[in-house]
Structure formats: structure tokens, C-alpha cells
Design a protein around this ligand. Sequence first.
Ligand SMILES: Nc1ncnc2c1ncn2[C@@H]1O[C@H](COP(=O)(O)OP(=O)(O)OP(=O)(O)O)[C@@H](O)[C@H]1O
Length: 470
Amino acid sequence: MTLQELYEIAPYVAVAVLPVFAVRALVWGVRYLTADPMMRASLRQAVRVRRTWKRLAQMAGLSVTDKMPTALAALTTDTDKTPKPRVLTPALKVKPDRFGVVAQANCLPKVGLEEFQKAAPYLADAWRCARVSVLPDGPGQVVIRGVRVDPLLTPTDHVPTGEAPEDLATWFLGVDEYAQPVTVGLSNVPGVTVAGLPGYGKTSLINKFICDCAPAPEIQFAVADGKVSGAHEGDYADLMDRLFAFVGDDLEEANALFKRLVKLRRGRSTSIQEVLGVKNMWHVGPSENWPLTVLIIDEAHTYFRDYKGNDPATKKLAALASENARLVEDLVKKGRSVGILVILATQKSTGDAIPTFIRDVCPVGLSFAQKTAEASVAALGEDIRNWPDANPVNLQDPAYVGVASMTAQDRPGFTRIRTPYVDDAHAAKIANGTAHLAYDPQILLDHYAGAYLETGVDLDKGEEGRPEAA
Ligand SMILES: Nc1ncnc2c1ncn2[C@@H]1O[C@H](COP(=O)(O)OP(=O)(O)OP(=O)(O)O)[C@@H](O)[C@H]1O
């Protein structure tokens, strides 16, 4: 085709292509105008990233030179000249979200994951990002996450929808430092520990869990709050209507509640095969008749602390505290398969706040800010010493209220999470609206497994008769 011919068809090509660009520009414009300020900034950032990619990739060492001419270049180049080598840059697909951009790129020979990871700090500077991470994204692909604003420093609110969650087995905790959602699969978790200095968001995290799950009849909650004497006080007052049991700081009352739940655990272990037809409740999932039963022990040190003294009153408290620890250990060690989950929260991170034999069997441990490295170790285990960036001693700043460090679920190390805040008024509204769903799981068990429980095993006498559910 001659140059003249090209000039002739150019207007027709332009007429064919222009509407496509016009529609794309219109869609972008509508999206931009309807977005919030954070999203608008990300939309602009995405345009800039795409526009400058070819040049930046070359400067950041993310390109290769291909000296071998393509077939077309070989044919069209004069015989006395050598075709120009081509500079290849990875193809980039960029998607904006409120915190920044997510870009997918393909690898090239000698430009792989390692090269992208090395270039991450340059990309962060060029894209004006607070942080850039590069992770593998399938064979020959990487995903580059750039956050313009630090998600850990951006407080978020959460308004519970009042709708039952689609999947009760997944607890959405918040977002990590790259604004990626962090969840915990409850089917594998018998216990969760939440530690941290006062006022950094422990109770708020648990409140959100209750509010999100409350509309589902397949879950029931009991709370022991060691910070208050009565149900009308403290952080759970607004949620009372949706709890089937509540105790304050009285050790004897707490002991009675823990015994009640151990009895439920044993009754469930005894009858699960007959009632559900499986040995593990998570194989069929929680139901209205066999709800996931969550025991929340807030300010846990109240119930387990070491009482020292020889007077009868102190001895009695010491005996109760030690029995409480034993009962809760039973629930954590044996409760998962029958649908019992224990969440323990404490301001104190020492062995007597949450006894180590309980803490060590809780696979999920979160810690909000801590005062000392020792407290961080007590909350998250020795390994936190190897991950100084994620150490919760660095979270002692009002800007980090609501930020916790947690063992990463799918890789070594720790993840920092920004948890969303639920306003008390919203929590109260949800609890009021779902109060009719609160039901003692023991009554349900007696009803559905009663015949078997009556004839099979004496639950007040210890373990007998049936093997433990797997
Ligand atoms: N995720 C969050 N985002 C922003 N602010 C939060 C968040 N969580 C809590 N806060 C703020 O911190 C305050 C204290 O939170 P919370 O009661 O959950 O702390 P705590 O760690 O349970 O304290 P304590 O140990 O004294 O019970 C809340 O009233 C709220 O103002």
C-alpha cells in the first residue's frame, strides 16, 4: 500500500474508530463524575500509569531488547540495512480502586517476578504511591498493587446491612496494608485471641462480627465481659438482646456459663453423628437447629488470673480461675468440629491473662497496639520478633486505633489489618432487630438430640460412650 492510498483511507478509518473512543471517554467521564474524591484520584492515577508505562518500564529495567527482526521487518527493510532491534515492555492492564491501582503485567525473558519486585520502590515513586507490592499472578504474570493512600492510616466505618451473611464460615476482619480484604475461615478455627492496649479497638472488632452475623439464625452468642458487673453496663449493653447468655466479672457466674457450654459441647459431640449424620458440623455447615455457638470472653484475664493467698476467699477464687481455664481449654480444643468457637480478648498479654495452653491452641491471634516487645511476643508468639515492621509496638499511635497485626493465613509472617468501626447506634439497631433470633443452643440440642442424650450418655459424668468428633 502506498502512502497516497493510506492518506485516502485514513478519514474512513477515523470515522470507524472515533465512536469507539467517544463511548469509552463517555463511560470514563460518567464513572469519574459519579465517583467519590478518593476514587477520582485513583481514576486519574490509572490514566497516568497507563500513559507513562512504556517509558517508565524501560527506565526501571523492566524491558528487553529483541535483536531478532520480525518476519515483517525482515521483508520491509532494505537489503543494505539491518532492521532496528525492538524494545519490548511488559503489557500492563490497570484497574483503579479507592486506594490506588491494581496492575497486571506479563513477564518477559529476564524480566520476571524478581525484577518487578526489585523495581517496586521506583514504581512507587513514579506512580506516587505510599507502597507498591508485587506478587505472582499465575504462570508468567505478576500483579502489582500500588496504594496511593495508606489503608492502615485510613479509618473506615462499617454500617451493618442487617442481612444475614452469605457465608457464616468466613469472618471478614478488614483490609491489609495493600487494601486487600483479610478474612478468616472459621471452619478451621476453634479459637481466636485478640490482645492490645486499652482503647485500640478489640471490642469494636468483636462488635462488628456480632453485628454482621446477628441476622443469621444459624449463629448464637454468649458473652463473658470481665470489665463490667452487669449486662446493662459496658460494651455489650447494646447487643444484649441478641445474646443467649451474658455474665459480668463474677467468677462463679462465669464458671457456671463455661460449665454450661462444656455440657453443650459434650452433648453435641455425643449426638452429632445421629443428629447431623456427620462427625464434623462444618461438613454440613451451621443451621438454625445446630447453630454455630460463639463464646466471647472479653477482658479474659478477669477469669483466669492467678490468685495468690491462703485465706479461704482467695483460695476459692484461685480454684475457680483454674477451673475456668480448664473449661475454656476444653471448648477450644474440642469445640470446633461440633460448631463452638471461642474468642478471647484481653488488654494484658501475659501467660496468666490467657493461659498459654489455651492461647497456643487458638490458630488465629490478633494484636492491636502493644507497649513492649515482650507483650507482642506474648500476644503473637516468638515469631513476631522476626517481623519488626509488623510488630504491634509500632502501632502505639492514635492513628493506628483500629489496626491490628495478625499471623498471615497463606504465607509466612504477619499481616497488619485496618478493621472497620461500627457505631454503637448501628449495633443497637441490629441487636434490636434480631433479638427474636437469640436462642439457647442447649434447648435446641435437648429438643433434637434429646432421645439419644437421655438414653445414651450421662453428660454430667464425664466422657464416655462415644468417640470424639473429628
Ligand atoms: N476500627 C476502628 N476504627 C476507628 N476507631 C476505632 C476503631 N475501633 C475502635 N475505635 C475507637 O476506639 C475506641 C475504643 O475502642 P474499643 O472499645 O474497641 O477498644 P478496646 O481495645 O476494646 O478497649 P478496652 O480494652 O478498654 O475495652 C472506640 O470507642 C472508637 O472511638
